[in-house]
Write a protein that binds this ligand. Sequence first.
Ligand SMILES: C[C@](O)(C(=O)O)[C@H](CC(=O)O)C(=O)O
Length: 292
Amino acid sequence: MSAGLKLRKAVEENNPLQVMGTITAYAARMAEQVGHKAVYLSGGGVAANSLGMPDLGISTAEDLLVDIRRITDVCSLPLLVDIDTGFGGAFNIARTTRSLIKAGAAGFHMEDQVAAKRCGHRPNKEIVSQQEMVDRIKAAVDARTDENFVIMARTDALGVEGMQSAIDRSNACLEAGADMIFPEAMSKLEDYKYFREHVNAPILANITEFGQTPLFSCEELGEQGVDIVLYCCGAYRAMNKAAETFYRDVLEKGHQRDVVEIMQTREELYNYLGYHEYEQKLDQLFAEGKEK
Ligand SMILES: C[C@](O)(C(=O)O)[C@H](CC(=O)O)C(=O)O
């Protein structure tokens, strides 16, 4: 079953589907083993984690592809990827689409911001015309080499032009062949319901911390008709806070004894990695040589 089909099935079977942001291959392994059904690669996450840069359209498709391949190599869950504005014109979007499929991604979301984009929860966003966004979607649909690969249109119009524009843009994208819709930065719970009633396709709610959207629960969102709940950066933020605590504590105290309790143990790490199985394999493979 292709990754895209896996994602479509997961959306159908889970109401709503929780999609977990996993910034690294190891985090994806953890999310899978904890029991999640789908994972996500955040554009802001790649910029911050892999490049040490802000989410302002600085990363390239190749930056993303490196992280995608690492994740799909070790995690069998469908991976949804944030491709910002698609990394250029129609031919670039086509290339991005094909490269993501080859790298094993299940789908992407592409947005209607201008190329010099901002995080969706920041002020002063600018969006391209509806026609330009429709052309972006058409380029991706036309380039798709797996018809089940999910093309999700993200619209940042709500905070710029209002609800009606977000609905109109989403419907235009669906007509152009998009499969799912991501209305960015909703602030009211009932807006999801209204939006879903006017957009006949699965919709994603991005429940990102410290942004415009309150931390609605999965149950509350499900009641509004939301199909997918995205936790794009939560685990990453938690990891970063823990790392910062470690750095500060060791600097201040000259030892790490007080922060050991917030750490994952060596054994836990090894279990997620299958370290002991690897070791056994190594011993089996080279047993003969050792006996001599
Ligand atoms: C979804 C998002 O594009 C991301 O990069 O993960 C960001 C998340 C965030 O900044 O909290 C977004 O623009 O919403």
